[in-house]
Write a new protein. Structure first.
Length: 103
């Protein structure tokens, strides 16, 4: 159960329906990004250090500011942090006028 003071961070979830321990991939990033001291203290008490470190490493939805901070706190090299790596460029779709050239 999420403590009452932290529930506003989970405005998209009906109170009482989120089991934070079963959903660390949903809970930890939100607390890392928007949590205050109480939220972070609860997160550290609820989740293992490895679960938190894994979220810092893999979560691409964290802001650069947050991920730099948490990588520093947990001593994670920037090369291991997905949010700090360039995303592969998607292949550009051809412009409609180029379809004539493709024939």
């Amino acid at each position: 159960m999420i403590p009452k003071g932290i529930r506003p961070l989970f405005w998209t979830v009906k109170a009482g329906t989120l089991d934070p321990v079963s959903n660390p991939c949903c809970t930890i990033p939100r607390l890392l990004e928007s949590g205050d001291d109480d939220a972070v203290a609860w997160m550290r008490k609820t989740f293992s250090q490895e679960e938190i470190r894994n979220a810092v490493r893999t979560e691409r939805g964290l802001s650069r500011r947050s991920v730099h901070f948490w990588a520093l706190i947990y001593r994670i090299p920037h090369e291991e942090v997905a949010a700090l790596q360039p995303r592969p460029k998607a292949e550009k779709a051809p412009h409609p006028s180029e379809f004539y050239l493709l024939r």
